[in-house]
Design a protein around this ligand. Structure first.
Ligand code: S3P
Length: 173
């Protein structure tokens, strides 16, 4: 089985869905952020703070090329991965790509519950966060929309719904 790559904005549930999907398919699960952190032995937030975003994107692209060509893997990409360099076109050639699509309202609701360490969102007031997410999501939509499949994940309002999303993906495989 070639790699199944999940793309979409921060907090849409790529990691949660990816893990459940991998389990269901008997595949390995990789989260690109975790892979970067292990390979470089540094936290994403440290890389952003010490090297800046551009350097992070180079590292991310290099790591993407390592994992996306593994067999039998479900890969959860970072929210920004598809929007840099040729990453989305590359993914479409080596992987089966799924855009987990959520509205800004769903994303903002998930963000308010998530304690994740996301340097792009850190230190923003609720109003700033609202504006940032809406603007950035709109700017990224064209990249995400290049995925071969689009899955509506607005239903992901509780853990019981994770399996529903997994089944929607399975139906398209
Ligand atoms: C980013 C998303 C993060 C991580 C980094 C940048 C982005 O991944 O790669 O903080 O640009 O959207 P998640 O989507 O897994 O949070």
């Amino acid at each position: 089985m070639k790699c199944i790559a999940l793309v979409g904005y921060m907090c849409v549930g790529k990691t949660t869905v990816g893990k459940a999907l991998a389990k269901e398919l008997g595949a390995f699960f990789y989260d690109l952020d975790w892979y970067i952190e292990h390979r470089y032995r540094r936290k994403i937030s440290e890389i952003f703070a010490e090297e800046g975003e551009e350097k992070f994107r180079d590292m991310e692209r290099r790591m993407l090329h390592e994992v996306a060509e593994f067999e039998d893997v479900v890969l959860s990409c970072g929210g920004g991965t598809p929007t840099y360099a040729d990453n989305m076109d590359y993914l479409n050639t080596v992987a089966e790509t799924f855009y987990l699509k959520a509205s800004p309202e769903t994303i903002l609701a998930h963000l308010s519950m998530a304690k994740g360490n996301r340097p792009l969102l850190a230190g923003k007031s609720p109003e700033e966060l609202d504006a940032y997410v809406r603007t950035q999501l709109a700017a990224r939509e064209a990249y995400y929309a290049k995925a071969q499949h689009v899955i509506d994940v607005n239903i992901l309002d509780s853990f019981e719904r994770i399996n529903d999303v997994v089944q929607l993906i399975r139906k398209e495989l």
